[in-house]
Design a protein around this ligand. Structure first.
Ligand code: ATP
Ligand code: MG
Length: 420
């Protein structure tokens, strides 16, 4: 038997209610903040992500699903959404139609990483992008939206970490200071971090290697070298979060290494999902649009991992979804009534009832078992003497009460059940 590819996962029907619920909460909260949904293609030209995420990142340097298609074009399955959203915005001149574009998405993403709990090769993210303004109120809004969604899913064990990366000029100065600090430690850094020293020095703060972390403990911090305007922006973000009653920590080591990242960066972590604990991450990217060859438009966004969030929900038992049920199961007493039963079910289904009946020629007993399995609120019996009198029998499964109903009065049944 062929199996699903390593790192991909089937979402089976017994899990789907949780997905639908999460998607409903996401759309609902996004729409309350007046974000509009955007859907972009699953694959794009490779250069979009190479430029839009950055050659020096883990994603671009080792995680992308890239292949040459039959017309010799290098295409990549999307590993994240921001680059695609900014591309779409420029391509359709959305910025000319609307000063500020507030967009959200729910979409599969693809990264060829080592699969483990909370880390897959096809996974799903929801997220938002607000493009067209450098107002720090929007930086804060991203954190508020993400936090509100997680809280609405009943999650409690959350930590919000924020930092400011300032603007490229002050960051360049700071990088020199960091380079100076690290130079004497260079040979003690891990191989990866030695590479980062050349390509993306800020990312050394991200290193999981114990010795790297020890060296970075005493490193000078970017936040101590920000310009006044950046500090002021950061202050505004903090004020809004305080006002919104969102508990947060400042983590000066939370960095993103690319030049087009500016000002706010943040992460929301969960204490209940083990080592892959980041549920969501985001920040401001004022230089990205230009980097992609578009007009210079400031933007801010975040992305959240749905699998990890649902895992957190499971571990915190935070979702109390109603047990699934159907309105009515139609039990056919005589085999000959197959067609009649089907026709009846059609009328009921077209009147908005969730109806099931037997397709496998099963016995009455087996049909009743099915009705119970589906948690049917009502069973409708068709057949026997009653049917000869043009009647069917409706049984309320919660109290066992039965009543005969003339087929002419079927609409009464319908309104009775729907009316509940
Ligand atoms: P990590 O440090 O865990 O690799 P990241 O920095 O690569 O995360 P982002 O690119 O910021 O993650 O993506 C946002 C969110 O998407 C993450 O916080 C996480 O919840 C989720 N995510 C990222 N990669 C994966 C993956 N391979 N499988 C499942 N979820 C993922
Ligand atoms: Mg990653």
């Amino acid at each position: 038997m062929i199996k699903a590819i390593t790192g991909t996962k089937d979402i089976l029907p017994d899990q789907i209610a949780r997905w639908h619920y999460l998607e409903m909460i996401v759309s609902y909260i996004m729409e309350c903040f007046n974000y509009k949904e955007i859907r972009t293609p699953v694959f794009e030209e490779t250069s979009l992500f190479a430029r839009g995420i950055g050659e020096a990142t883990d994603i671009v340097s080792k995680e992308m699903y890239t292949f040459i298609d039959r017309s010799e074009t290098s295409v990549t399955l999307k590993p994240e959404m921001t680059a695609s959203v900014v591309r779409a915005l420029n391509e359709h001149s959305l910025d000319k139609k609307q000063g500020l574009n507030k967009l959200y998405y729910i979409s599969p993403m693809f990264r060829q990483e080592r699969p483990q709990a909370g880390r897959y090769r096809q996974f799903h993210q929801f997220g938002a992008e607000a493009i067209g303004s450098d107002n720090p109120a929007l930086d804060a809004e991203m954190i508020v939206i993400a936090y509100d969604i997680l809280k609405s899913l009943g999650l409690n064990d959350l930590t919000v970490k924020i930092n400011s990366l300032g603007v490229p000029v002050s960051r360049e100065n700071y990088k020199n200071i960091l380079r100076e600090y690290l130079t004497p430690h260079l040979k003690n850094l891990s191989e990866d971090s030695q590479k980062r020293f050349e390509t993306n020095i800020l990312r050394i703060f991200d290193s999981k290697a114990e010795n790297d972390q020890k060296i970075m403990e005493d490193a000078p911090l970017l936040i101590e070298h920000l310009d006044d305007n950046s500090l002021e922006n950061f202050e505004k973000v903090k004020q809004i979060l305080l006002h919104a009653q969102i508990p947060f920590e400042i983590d000066p080591k939370l960095v993103r290494g690319l030049d087009y990242y500016t000002h706010t960066t943040f992460e929301i972590l969960s204490g209940s999902v083990g080592s892959q604990s980041a549920l969501c991450g985001g920040g401001r990217y004022d230089g990205l649009s230009e980097q992609l060859g578009g007009t210079a438009i400031p933007g801010v966004g975040f992305a959240a991992g749905i699998e990890r969030i649902l895992l957190a929900c499971e571990n915190e038992k935070s979702l109390d979804l109603p047990t699934e049920s159907i309105d009515l199961y139609l039990v056919r007493l005589d085999k000959e009534l197959q067609n009649a039963a089907y026709n009846l079910s059609l009328i009921l289904r077209r009147n908005d009832l969730v109806v099931e009946l037997d397709y496998l020629q099963r016995s009455v007993k087996a049909q009743m078992r099915e009705a119970n399995k589906f948690n049917a609120k009502y069973v409708l019996f068709i057949g026997g003497e009653e049917y000869e009198r043009n009647e069917v029998v409706l049984k309320n499964m919660s109290d066992g009460e039965q009543q005969n109903i003339n087929l002419e009065d079927l609409s009464t049944i319908i309104s009775k059940i729907i009316g509940e």
